[in-house]
Design a protein around this ligand. Sequence first.
Ligand code: AMP
Length: 138
Amino acid sequence: MAYDDNNIFAKILRGEAPCFKVYEDDMTLAFMDVMPQVDMHTLVIPKSPAEHLFDLPPEYAGAMAKTVQKVALAVKKASGMPGIMVAQLNGSEAGQTVFHIHAHIIPREGGIDLKFHARDLADFKMLEAQAEKIKQHL
Ligand code: AMP
């Protein structure tokens, strides 16, 4: 399947759709997931038109890994959660729903269940406040 320039993350990268930004550099962007599975669920995307891991240029894969490490540490500190799950889905069969590669950063703690994937829109004021809190720990 060819990369679709009209996917929502491509629009966010072009500034055509809004996001609650946490971090940005020349090669990557991190922002809040608007249908979070848990508080502080954050996404990291490369600024390269790739659907998944297999069509991502290696230099962007490296940049993405660096940003995931940086933002995941900030999410860990901001959330106070002991565990951080990093997930990255490749293809609809794997559960991918947005076809611009992204990594999920998901705080975890025993006894806290994950909500459904990509289902319920969160309160935007809450997402904004969470993004600010994460930024303070970068
Ligand atoms: P995946 O199923 O791995 O492709 O994950 C896509 C993620 O993007 C889901 O967790 C959605 O909740 C999230 N998502 C969809 N649209 C937006 C958006 N406009 N801004 C932020 N997150 C989004």
